[in-house]
Design a binder for this molecule. Structure first.
Ligand SMILES: [Zn+2]
Length: 822
């Protein structure tokens, strides 16, 4: 690159939007130091990172720890520090508890637990619609320097070769590791360590960023080193600028060199604003002092506007325009609500907004339903869901889901055949924000200053992805016991619809209201397929998430491993960011080696995850998608992220139409049978036909289903291509089986099964109706009784015979004994 920009450009006042002009008028050079309380506290769903660990160890104990409820405690498991001393995994209840759907019990809060003060839920509702648009977001008050976007050290838009340093300790601490929020590997001396660290401890060290093009630099964000072994951060530093990386000018505050204030801990990002926005190509961070017991280490992000397009970076401030007409910006709760409402008004025929409950702070969990007949389950039409924002600070999924609803509405109206087909053949549910409280906390600090963990947890400090009942080990233990009893005992243990254990339904169980709401939702709607959208990595994770016997990390495939791998591959191979062969790894895990998919257990165990629960407790298959290296991408990244994910989001939904589908019916009456079990040969995981919804009280009822549209008896069994023997079984009916072939195309093979009532059920029904028993039934019942009697007699005779043999044997042995003694 040429170095032709004259030195005169340096430290000249190039306008960077309104903000620069304002600042010039003020004539003030200010350093804005934001000392952020790190809100991220306890452990993680992604591997426990150093930041989260450090934060958790210093955290006040507001989130209570319930030792009798391991799956729902706020202390969670991790690759690094597994602690699972107290476990109670054997209690089971035979039926799904009412607690989860009872509004009364929901209002009754456990008294032992000390909870943070709860905001009155009404506050949000009292506001009129007009006020919605005027709600001032707190981030409006954030420093003007933030109006220029980050160069992309965190997002990896700045490539490794754009980062240089005066020196570095070793390869794993090179300049390419000096990126905001980068996470270190766990081994000491790791190749993927958590910062740039200088080799020498003097004031001549620097980290240099080449912006490649002339850029108006407005600020520097500094963060300490991510490490579990040492504490290192830079406390003060200077900033130098250059156009050619040879001649450097130090940023001044008036006539003096500007001394920027850096960090006081390892994980809180601190913003340093340049007194005067300055155009240059290269920027150096030059540490002056550092933590007394540590050394020179830092992670950074640089803020700057491109000179060629000074308006860049302001696009997110209110401008919702884009060539696709989608609203690319971060939407807080009120803005999200407004957007959803607008979409629903644009497409009233195919949308419906409903809520599934409230967050701890009383924010509603809104769902957008998209279907040609909103509000109804239609016979033979599968139900799909996307859940985003379970971790409040992993915000990309929320925006993608909002983009998706806008896109589907618009394309449906345009007659886009692919979208029309999806909408008419599928009932789609989109939950953009499962943890709205956490989101609001992260949103207040914004994309660059929220750090790595602020807003991840619920207000109570609960990690929602560890908060579902852990059913895996309950099933595996039961299978082990059954297998120990010999024979085909294992096949007698139900391999699906595992009931929620007793402890989980107790009052003192630490279960977040957000988790309860989602569980009720899952029990209410016969979902077939789902994805749980996260951030902070680039990989698709498939069940099981929880390993056997609490191993910290172990490949733990489910009986549907093949199909789950297919699902994960469908998303990962169409995602432009993941599929890019030139991408570098986000932090320290190389997921490209496994084609950007991984088994949850093989990554790190997560007991009580949503996807395991979904698979074990309902018919619904779910994978977890880690959407981006950066948990909270800057708004300017959103159009690109939509492009990265658009095809993946659509094609993944289309997978709900794979495998077989059908209706299980009574052969005589043709009525659909609810709760019939579908068994597929060589797949140790059954599914069931549609069952009646839970009875819900009006307050919590979101009228997702009404009693008359239940008992359809329809089912979906996701399967890879092949030929399968499919058996159906329902109480009071003889089982029946047939063969069904699944092709390569994404269209479910119809596979209806009719069942014949057993004479006993017929008898019961006739008696209940007070009718007369017809002769044919009388004869059949008599024959049945006779057969049963014969069978019983045979069993009794066999048993008697065995006993006789045993007695003879005993007698023989006693005689032998007697002879020997004699
Ligand atoms: Zn997450």
């Amino acid at each position: 690159m040429e170095s032709g920009y004259g030195r005169s450009v340096l430290c000249s006042h190039v306008q960077c939007g309104r903000s620069a002009a304002n600042r010039q008028q003020d004539g003030l050079a200010i350093i804005v130091l934001l000392n952020l309380a790190n809100g991220g506290t306890l452990a993680s769903g992604e591997p426990l990172t150093n930041e989260q660990y450090s934060a958790s160890s210093s955290r006040p104990t507001t989130g209570t720890i319930n030792l009798t409820a391991p799956a729902s405690t706020t202390v969670t498991y991790s690759t690094h520090f597994p602690h699972h001393s107290s476990t109670l995994r054997t209690t089971t209840s035979t039926s799904p508890p009412d607690l989860l759907t009872s509004a009364a019990s929901r209002r009754r809060r456990p008294q032992k637990r000390k909870r943070p003060e709860r905001k009155p839920p009404s506050s949000e509702e009292d506001r009129s619609e007009e006020e919605d648009g005027d709600v001032k977001t707190k981030s409006d008050a954030s420093p003007k320097a933030l109006e220029c976007p980050p160069l992309g050290l965190e997002s990896l838009r700045v490539r490794d070769n754009q980062l240089q340093a005066s020196s570095f300790q070793r390869a794993g601490l090179g300049p390419h590791r000096g990126r905001l929020n980068i996470q270190s590997g766990i081994e000491e001396g790791d190749l993927y360590d958590g910062a740039w660290c200088a080799r020498y401890e003097d004031q001549n060290q620097w980290l240099e960023v080449d912006a490649i093009q002339l850029t108006v630099f407005t600020g520097v964000i500094l963060q300490g080193r991510s490490s579990i072994w040492s504490w290192d951060w830079v406390e003060t530093y200077k900033v130098q600028l250059s156009n050619d990386s040879i001649n450097w000018v130090t940023c001044k505050n008036g006539t003096q060199d500007m001394i920027f204030t850096g960090n006081r801990d390892m994980y809180t990002p601190v913003l340093g604003v340049l007194p005067v926005p300055t155009a240059a190509r290269f920027l150096r961070i030059n540490p002056l002092s550092w933590f007394v017991n540590g050394t020179i280490c830092l992670r950074a992000e640089i803020l700057g506007c491109s000179v060629h397009d000074p308006s860049e970076g302001q696009r997110d401030e209110g401008d919702s325009g884009s060539n696709e007409g989608l609203d690319f910006r971060h939407h807080n709760y009120m803005e999200m609500r407004k957007l959803m409402k607008a979409v629903s008004e644009q497409c009233p025929d195919i949308t419906r907004i409903y809520t599934i409950g409230r967050s701890y702070n009383g924010l509603k969990l809104y769902v957008m339903e998209i279907s040609d007949n909103p509000g109804k389950h239609e016979l033979g039409e599968p139900e799909f869901r996307y859940v985003a924002g379970m971790h409040g600070n992993e915000v990309l999924g929320r925006e993608l889901v909002l983009n998706l609803m806008q896109y589907m509405c618009r394309e449906y109206k345009r007659g886009n055949q692919r979208i029309v087909r999806l909408v008419t053949e599928t009932r789609i549910h989109l939950l953009p924000s499962m943890n709205p409280d956490g989101y609001e906390a992260a949103y207040e600090k914004g994309s660059e200053l929220s750090g790595w963990a602020l807003g991840r947890y619920s207000v109570e400090g609960i990690d929602l992805n560890h908060n579902f009942p852990e059913l895996n080990n309950i099933l595996w233990d039961a299978q082990e016991v059954a297998a120990g009893q010999g024979g085909d005992g294992k096949s007698k243990v139900p391999n699906h619809y595992i009931p929620i254990p007793e402890y989980y339904t107790k009052e003192e169980a630490v279960v977040a209201p957000e988790t309860r709401a989602v569980i009720s939702w899952m029990q209410d709607i016969p979902f077939v397929l789902s994805a749980n959208l996260h951030g902070g990595e680039l990989v698709v994770v498939y069940p099981h998430d929880c390993t056997r016997d609490w191993a910290p990390r172990e490949e733990t495939p489910s009986p549907d491993n093949g199909f789950f791998r297919w699902l994960a591959t469908v998303y990962a191979s169409t995602n432009l960011a993941m599929a890019n062969p030139d991408r570098r790894m986000c932090h320290y895990d190389d997921f490209q080696a496994t084609r950007n998919i991984i088994n949850g257990g093989a990554w790190h165990t997560v007991p009580g995850s949503m996807s395991d629960f979904s698979y074990m407790h309902t018919n619904c298959f779910e994978v977890t998608v880690e959407l981006s290296c950066d948990k909270y991408p800057h708004a300017s990244e959103l159009p690109g992220e939509w492009e990265n994910n658009k095809e993946s989001l659509l094609i993944y939904m289309e997978q709900v139409h794979r495998g077989i589908k059908g209706v299980v019916r009574d052969k005589t009456t043709k009525r659909g049978l609810a709760d019939a079990i579908i068994k597929v040969e060589d797949h140790d995981h059954d599914i069931r036909t549609g069952s009646p919804p839970n009875t819900r009280t009006p307050e919590d009822s979101l009228s997702t289903r009404t009693p008359e549209d239940t008992a359809d008896g329809d089912y979906w069994r996701l399967l890879n291509p092949g030929e399968y023997r499919v058996a159906a079984w329902a109480e009071g009916y003889y089982p029946a089986a047939r063969r069904c072939r699944v092709g390569m195309e994404a269209r479910a093979t119809p596979c209806d099964i009719s069942l014949v009532k057993t004479p006993l059920l017929r008898l019961k029904e006739i008696r209940a109706a007070g009718g007369k028993i017809p002769q044919d039934l009388q004869l059949r019942l008599r024959a049945l009784r006779l057969r049963k009697l014969r069978a019983t007699t045979r069993v009794l005779n066999q048993r008697r015979h065995r006993q006789q043999q045993q007695q003879q044997e005993r007698r023989r042995r006693e005689e032998e004994e007697g002879e020997r003694k004699a």
